[in-house]
Design a protein around this ligand. Sequence first.
Ligand code: SF4
Length: 190
Amino acid sequence: MKILVHSCCAPCSVYPLKRLKGHFNDIEFLFYNPNIHPYTEYKLRLDALKQFTKDESLILHIPEEYDLNPFFRAVVFNVTARCHYCYDLRLSSCAKFAQENGFEAFTTTLLYSTYQNHEHIIKLAEKYADQYNLQFYYEDFRQGWQHGIDESIERNMYRQKYCGCLYSEQERFDNRWKKRQIKLLKAQKS
Ligand code: SF4
């Protein structure tokens, strides 16, 4: 069976690939991540994945368009719920690409991250698997969290310091932003 792996970056791909090799003999990767900003950071992560897929002798698909505008159009009026739109955009594009290019199954390295909303990713992936008549390969890749970290360091991969979007970059480095977000969430709940 031919599977397309949506990859968010090289370090998050190490463990999933190890697992997928045990189940599939035809594996290709797709880097579709318009959520990574600024563009120089996008390029750093893409270059690291190019090196990784080259080392592993895998085909890496890279869309011509960066799609920055669709990303911001989707999230700008709902920043606190932005991850939903972010997953949706990436998974729907991956499933569409998989169907158009003769893949039978797809999965995503987002299932490796302990920082992402795992259940939500599963729901969306299942939805798009149905829509595009594909199999969604699910495995809880978070089991290999430490393994992926250790191996990516050993292999001297570029390791990012924040999730991807400009909002997450500010969240990571700016305490004022964090306080404002907590206030906002509290106000929404009350
Ligand atoms: S925090 Fe991460 S998952 Fe959420 S919108 Fe930003 S890049 Fe996407």
